[in-house]
Design a protein around this ligand. Sequence first.
Ligand code: C2E
Ligand code: CA
Ligand code: CA
Length: 846
Amino acid sequence: SRFREMYQPAADLLNPGIGFEELLRKTVARGCYADLGHREQAWIAARLQDFGKLRGLPEQQLRDGVWVSIAESRTQDGGTVCVHRDISAQRKAEEELMRRAALVQMLREIALETNEADNIPEAIQTCIDKVCAYTGFVIGHAWLPPERDETRELVPARLWYLREPQRYLAFREATEASRFAPGVGLPGRVWVSREPHWIDDLAEDVNFPRREVAVAAGLGSACAFPVLERDRVVAVLEFYSAGVIERDTPLLNAVAHLASQLGRVTERKRAVMALNKLRQAVEQSPAMIMITDRQGAIEYVNPEFSASTGYRPDEAIGRTPALLKSGQMEPEVYRVLWETITSGHDWRGEFLNLRKDGSTYWAATTVSPIRDQGGNVTHFLGIAEDVTERKRSEERIEHLAHFDPLTDLPNRALFQAQSRQILAAARRSGRPVALLMLDLDDFKDVNDSLGHAAGDRLLEQVAGRLKDCLREGDMVARLGGDEFALVLPEVEGPEAVDTAVRRLLEKVAEPYTLDELDLFVNASVGIALYPGDGEDAETLLKHADLALYRAKNRGRGTFNFFKPAMDQEVQQRKSLENDLRSALARGDLHLVYQPQVELENRRMTGVEALVRWHHPERGPISPAQFIPIAERSGLIVQLGEWVLEEACRQARAWRDAGMVELVVAVNLSPVQFKHPDLVGMVERVLRRSGLEAELLNLEITEGVVMQDTAANLKLIEALRAMGIRIALDDFGTGYSSLSYLTSLPVDKIKIDRSFVTALAEDPVRRSIVRSIVELGGALGKRVNVEGVETAEQLAVLVGHSVDEVQGYYFSPPVAAKEIQHMVARPAWQEQLPEQAPRSGATRQAG
Ligand code: C2E
Ligand code: CA
Ligand code: CA
């Protein structure tokens, strides 16, 4: 009965009497065996031949998947015993076992190979390929969640396994054109559930938008699972079978395992990639990076650290950052650093560090504690940048800002800062301080005659000598030009200062050698004492300057202590200066004119314009007093222009009134020659006033032609080229060398008043005047004598053939109106004595 069950379609034949061959052929014919195909006849033949000789040989599959093992043996009487055993259950168990082994093998291979992958896409691709190879799925594909959350749709990755790419092209294209929201389609469902999903028959699944194209390609079943990194789905993998297949539970279980296994791999890959990026950043960082443990022992240094410090990693690791200490930082800095970082804060600062080769560098450093996940400090991270260059240039700039580049002495700014400190200390100690201003005498001459380079070298040498004279605590600075300042703290008193300054001046006065030339230079010194002459550096400096000014006036190579009277004088000068400025603005100034009388024709040929200031409180102020003030303050430029314009306008008015040939003389200050637009100004004034240049005389002093000679001579020539005549004023008071008269481009010489005073009783002066007159005559220059007060004086001058005179004898300077009267009624003409004949000229009596 078991045979009949096993070979059920031929059950009726299994009766005694039927032969083996008949039975075999009929059971085959009735489909008892699994399809034998074209092998049917050969199989029957082989079976007949082996009949009775089979010993547990090939297992045979019957219909419905039933397997039998067949054993046949002969009996002694020539019969055959056939034993057919149903081994289906055993076979199935074996197959199952094999499949499981294969799945385990698959998981292991996936684990190994995905781990080897260089990046996440490669790992996923490996996984897809392996799953398909082991399971017989014909398509494998991956979906990725959106990079940015807003889209919230899975997107297809270009990661595919396609057993027959051509055949599945349409499916692939449909897939790559799809996006799945959570819950939609196969991947959408897996995304939401985070669990593997199996579709038994794609044709029947309503939540499978790619159904049509899948069925058309002959796909039957599908399976998908997520790749989970912790709880996050980082990919969904889907697989398709050709035709409908049975749900494979072991596979689903394996795949569920894969979901998290692969997730761990991708997570690790992600971390490694991030770490790689970080490591490269650290390794390639242009900053020095160091990591130490909690105790400060170095665990890591980057290549830049080695490049900058000279310490290889193996030389640095295990040691502490004290390795770099230069010993030039305050220990306090390190203490504060350690305190800050151990209390969990960042520390920033700059270190002067030592390289391995012993050189130093500045490192701008940040040190930060590194914490573990529990928040405990485990390491310290030091990041440093070499800022030596910046520091050096800062120092250079700092130095330049505070030191004079020529002498390397402190400059004015540093002097003021340091003297303030010294004074603050003196305030506490109660000891006096001396502040000295020192100025070389006639330094300008050195510059002018030997050149600026020589001048510079002289200043260097002077600076060196001054430094040599200093005691500990003294200070010397160069304030500018040939001006030096010294501070001598803790002096005993004026006598001690007196001795010190004498020593200083002696030292400076010793000969200098410049270009193999011995040079003697003196200096003058002004002294102010703290606290008597001032409480602060500014006041003391100002007072020392005043004292210096006085010392210079007294003569060269001397020194002078400040006296309060000097200060008063300065105050007065200051207030006068202010008053003058407003007087100029308000028009409180006016001009007076003094006649210049030509002796030959006994008539007034010109006038000298002289400025007058009537101060509202102080009354009239002499120009001898306020002109120097105007010169020092620069006001003279404005004032001079006003005088010139006023005088020219007046002269033009006289001419218009019919007083032809009345020349107006205007005084020019040396300071006006320093103004760049002197010639332009004169030109404009002439144009505005409408006066012919021939009717204008400009009076200049010897100083103008002695200083800046070349430039000023050019200016004088320019003025003369316009037609203006130039008079040399106050001749005989300054350098006054007769010889240089010959080369000067002046038209007139005005002999100073001081000669006239002594004229009557001083034969030497008389002969000087005579020489000047003769020389002037020979050179074609007109000679004027100023300050003639008496008839006797005049008589002498007439005897000397002077061309022109000026003085109280004829008239003091008077208002313009009076000049008009004088021309009309020259009362003093009768007073003029007969003039002595001038050499070669015939005189006509007036
Ligand atoms: P200065 O150019 O030598 O002018 C001649 C000075 O001698 C004038 O003094 C005049 O009043 C004075 N004086 C004329 N005759 C006699 C006399 O017989 N006896 C005496 N004792 N003095 C006489 P003033 O006006 O006080 O001017 C003094 C100086 O001020 C001038 O000397 C000149 O250097 C300057 N000054 C005057 N006005 C101007 C001006 O407008 N511009 C410039 N730059 N300087 C001026
Ligand atoms: Ca004059
Ligand atoms: Ca004069």
